[in-house]
Write a protein that binds this ligand. Structure first.
Ligand code: ADP
Ligand code: MG
Length: 226
């Protein structure tokens, strides 16, 4: 299993007590599979991704990424695991305003200490894969919202992650563009063999996913798919 969460509980401080954001959550995602997560606002979806991304340490339970038990790692090894094995796509694209689309991707390879020439080649190949072949030289303000989100997705794949974590990428897009982004994520998941978790507000995305779960009050359950 490329991504495994086993009996994960996460609480946050809340006044005098604690708020349970994740309540004994279990999730396993094999390589090349996409799991869709739906659920009301505040139910713990982003917390689930934060734990899977190794950005937040759960109170209890186990997180295994690409065969590595995250709980056994120090913070330096965790950061390296995150950089090399995990791709993260947040709701906001957070692109650097002064960089071209290709450069947004190349920065990731640079931070991982990868050679410049190979990074350029891979950046162009990935932009091609997300349908932005002609846009490599454009800066964020020259791209549409949907195109920026595609750059965001391509950037997350730059260092060939085993795990791809995507938080509501289509919430700022209309239904049609949202459906196209889902289709893209499914194709990339297959082609690149990532274990993908997609948090989405759009229940129609559940039908296309390999596995669909719903989050309510920090608890995960199988989603009813028609
Ligand atoms: P979702 O993504 O489904 O909207 P979140 O995971 O963001 O849900 O939040 C789950 C619960 O945890 C909410 O009640 C939220 O207010 C709370 N929460 C999220 N992040 C923090 C934090 N850093 N500190 C305290 N409470 C938090
Ligand atoms: Mg959220």
């Amino acid at each position: 299993m490329t991504l495994l969460l086993d009996d994960v509980t996460l609480t946050y401080p809340d006044g005098d007590g604690r708020l349970t954001a994740l309540d004994r959550v279990g999730l396993s995602v094999p390589a090349g599979n996409l799991t869709a997560v739906v659920g009301p606002s505040g139910s713990g979806k982003s917390s689930l991704l934060a734990v899977a991304a190794t950005l937040v340490t759960p109170d209890s339970g186990r997180v295994v990424v690409d065969g590595v038990d995250v709980g056994r790692l120090g913070s330096g090894d965790k950061a390296a695991l995150r950089r090399d094995r995990i791709g993260i796509v947040f709701q906001q694209a957070n692109l650097l305003p002064s960089l071209t689309a290709a450069e947004q991707l190349e920065v990731m390879a640079h931070m991982a200490g990868r050679p410049r020439g190979a990074a350029r080649t891979r950046a162009l190949e990935l932009l091609d894969a997300v349908g932005l072949a002609g846009q490599a030289g454009r800066r964020p303000h020259q791209l549409s919202g949907g195109q920026r989100q595609r750059v965001n997705i391509a950037r997350a794949l730059m260092n060939e992650p085993a795990v791809l974590l995507v938080d509501e990428p289509t919430s700022a897009l209309d239904h049609e563009r949202g459906a196209a982004v889902l289709e893209l994520l499914l194709r990339l998941t297959r082609e690149r063999g990532t274990a993908t978790v997609l948090v989405t507000h759009d229940r129609t995305h559940l039908d296309s996913a390999d596995h669909a779960v719903t989050m309510v009050d920090g608890r995960l359950a199988e989603a009813a798919v028609h």
